[in-house]
Ligand binder design. Structure first.
Ligand code: HEM
Length: 86
């Protein structure tokens, strides 16, 4: 089933840095972008630049008009834990 979103540390997040297991932080949210990979209009390699990382800066530099929740709502895996997070 779909896991309940929960906090993850950056150490946990950065383990998911592969094309077939890819998480990305945008704002304070963590998305599993593995299945979105083939649909990203900017291509896989652009998406992979932020694989397992905080992609907030790259995301908003590339397309500040895109709403990640509209596209990746069902792909939310959790929130960034720790200072400034949960
Ligand atoms: C294009 C979504 C992450 C780089 C796009 C477009 C969407 C999108 C909807 C088309 C925008 C338009 O034409 O108005 C997403 C989502 C992301 C994501 C949901 C989060 C998982 C990233 C990241 C980068 C990036 C991290 C850069 C490292 C680009 C580029 C384009 C693009 C360069 C332009 C492609 C072109 O028109 O030639 N993305 N993106 N994206 N994206 Fe992303």
């Amino acid at each position: 089933g779909v896991p309940v979103p929960r906090p993850y540390t950056m150490d946990e997040i950065k383990l998911h840095n592969k094309r077939d297991d890819c998480w990305m932080v945008i704002g304070n949210k963590i998305y599993n972008v593995t299945r979105y990979m083939d649909f990203h209009p900017g291509g896989k390699s652009q998406l992979m630049r932020a694989a397992g990382k905080d992609g907030t800066k790259l995301f908003y530099e590339s397309h500040a008009w895109v709403n990640p929740d509209n596209i990746l709502g069902p792909c939310l895996v959790g929130f960034v834990a720790g200072p400034g997070g949960f």
